[in-house]
Design a protein around this ligand. Sequence first.
Ligand code: ADP
Ligand code: MG
Length: 280
Amino acid sequence: MTSDPVLVAERVVRGFGGVRAVDVEHLTVERGTITALIGPNGAGKTTLFNVLTGFDRADGGRWSFDGTDVTGLPAHRIARLGMVRTFQLTRVLGRLTVLENMLVGARHQPGETLRRALVPALWKGKRAADVDRARELLDRFALGAKAGDHAASLSGGQRKLLEMARALMNEPTLVMLDEPMAGVNPALARSLLDHITALRDEGRTVLFVEHDLHLVKSVSDRVVVMAQGAVVTEGAPDTVLRDPAVVDAYLGAHHDTDLREIIARETARETAGETAEETG
Ligand SMILES: Nc1ncnc2c1ncn2[C@@H]1O[C@H](COP(=O)(O)OP(=O)(O)O)[C@@H](O)[C@H]1O
Ligand SMILES: [Mg+2]
């Protein structure tokens, strides 16, 4: 595959007091792929998201999105360029309706305030288009019937869906999802996975954080592993999830997560599948 990265980061560093939360030498995300970002708790995944998307500042490093240097740009400008993210803890505004939450995500063009004052008809047209887009997305994420409800009435899983839907308001190129499946029931996790696949199939690039390696393996084209702030390894899911460095990264900080066991189970599952294909 010839490389066509949508995101390139070099020597990105972010420390808190004595802790190097992020110390990433090099990271690329290839266009049109689903890339999973995995690693134990505290590995720096969320901090890396925060820095790259302008929600936190870096102590050093440079990164570019779609060929444009976006180092240090504020979050709203990065989002406007087409690089959007969701949050590990959802940031749904409970006192607004579901539809209003969607419109908060709508793009604000430079000079829009001025145009809005000078050409009200133009603003109205844009607003109507935003509402159409919002309703279309809410339908797609099975939230259409909730459009007029306060977002506070949504379940945890529905909030995850709303965040993902809202992230799509501006037709982003790169969608970064921080633990989109965490804490949702298995059926909804499945549906979120299908949405992630659909995003890639419509030409977007997805970078998502996930702990469940079975889910990671089933959906991602590439896997990037972080531990203690650094990228430990990256590559195809099959290769990466068998890498001893990955096992160490998990076992090092996570004595209760036996990756060896997970990998053994996965391998057994695959072998069983292959045998079934051969005989069947
Ligand atoms: N705002 C902050 N202040 C101080 N330490 C932080 C802050 N945010 C994250 N950290 C620390 O940075 C490290 C990485 O955290 P985080 O990025 O949340 O990891 P992950 O998302 O991989 O679980 C952890 O040691 C965490 O305690
Ligand atoms: Mg996190």
